[in-house]
Design a protein around this ligand. Structure first.
Ligand code: WQD
Length: 322
């Protein structure tokens, strides 16, 4: 299938592009390189430098590439920042997605796989979280993802574009074959921050609270390997093509890992001391966030295969230690 990967020079986008190329799809990357990296691009994939806020550039891209399917991963994703700068998030995430939907409708695109997030749920009302959990986002970033999901549903009804909304839990790790090595700049997520301490780019990790109702008092999350996420995107296209219906799926592994467990494992794998300081809880953090992967398994036939803590950290350390 001819597939446009919008945001394909990014951390997840590059892994999705690689997976689609490995399975014989034709990949056309559209990225403004605001956080994506040229080094994450593959020679087999056509690349267009462009912004999703530039309607003319998007239109030319669709005219040129005529994709049957789209993967949309171009978004700002720092939950904390979204509460300080909602204007950046409403324009880039929501307006940008509307531009993509309008271009898709105009150019007869049939399928959209959308990078959504567990943030649409807000604080867990029960664990592990399945797709029926209420969607009450507690940060503006999570709201933008939910707003886009709701627009996908309207464009399905009114323009016949079928979609797969994939709600990622905590994406981590790197391509296990070492084919992707772009480092995220100014990361906000735990694993890259821990790795920056391991290589001496930071002096310590702040542990946002150690008095949660969790086994060791620190936050527990469902870390999912980016290669597992990439496989789910490919499988989602196959499913969309075969059933012609839309769906929403949680992508997680449902085994939880705490902040301190991540730090200890990173020390073991890197052989480096990783200093940390206990800091106040971060506003909006839940003690534990875990996905129920049953529907992904039953409906898509997908489950996490590389999301054990060792693989997540070893594949990341290989990239950071260079
Ligand atoms: C993980 C754990 C922190 C940094 C966010 C978004 C979510 C998704 C993934 C895009 C928590 C703790 C972190 C640090 C720490 N993003 N932590 N010190 O908050 O679970 O999810 O990223 O899709 O939408 O909300 O990820 O990596 O920020 O935090 O103690 O310096 O690590 O408290 O328990 P989070 P995270």
């Amino acid at each position: 299938m001819k597939i446009a990967v919008i945001g394909g020079a990014g951390y997840i986008g590059s892994h999705v592009s690689r997976e689609l190329l490995d399975f014989g799809h034709e990949v056309f990357v559209y990225d403004n390189l605001s956080s994506g990296l040229r080094q994450n691009l593959f020679k087999e994939a056509d690349f267009t430098l462009g912004d999703i806020l530039d309607v003319k550039s998007l239109d030319d891209f669709f005219e040129k590439t005529k994709p049957e399917g789209i993967v949309h991963l171009a978004a700002l994703k720092a939950a904390g920042e979204s509460m300080l700068l909602p204007e950046k998030y409403s324009v880039n995430n929501i307006t940008g997605s509307i531009n993509i939907l309008n271009a898709a409708a105009k150019h007869g695109v049939k399928y959209i796989v959308f990078s959504s997030s567990a943030s649409v749920y807000g604080s867990p009302k029960y664990l592990p979280m399945d797709e029926k959990h209420t969607t009450e986002p507690e940060n503006y970033y999570g709201y933008t993802k939910l707003a886009i999901e709701q627009n996908l549903e309207w464009y399905r009804k009114l323009r016949g574009i079928n979609y797969a909304a994939l709600r990622y839990f905590n994406a981590a790790g790197y391509d296990i074959k070492g084919r992707i090595s772009g480092l995220e700049q100014n990361p906000a997520n735990l694993l890259p921050i821990v790795m920056e301490v391991a290589v001496g780019k930071r002096t310590f990790v702040e542990v946002f609270g150690n008095d949660y109702e969790t086994p060791d008092g620190t936050g527990v999350r469902d870390y999912i390997h980016v290669s597992d996420l990439a496989r789910a995107h490919r499988m989602a296209f196959d499913k969309l093509q075969s059933i012609g219906k839309s769906f929403t799926i949680n992508l997680g592994g449902s085994s939880g890992t705490s902040v301190l467990e991540v730090i200890k494992a990173a020390e073991r794998i890197s052989g480096r001391k990783i200093e940390y300081k206990i800091a106040p809880r971060r506003v909006g953090d839940a003690p534990t966030v875990l996905a129920n992967p049953a529907y992904a398994k039953e409906f898509l036939g997908w489950q996490a295969e590389h999301s054990d803590l060792n693989t997540l950290l070893e594949s990341t350390w290989v990239v950071y230690k260079k």
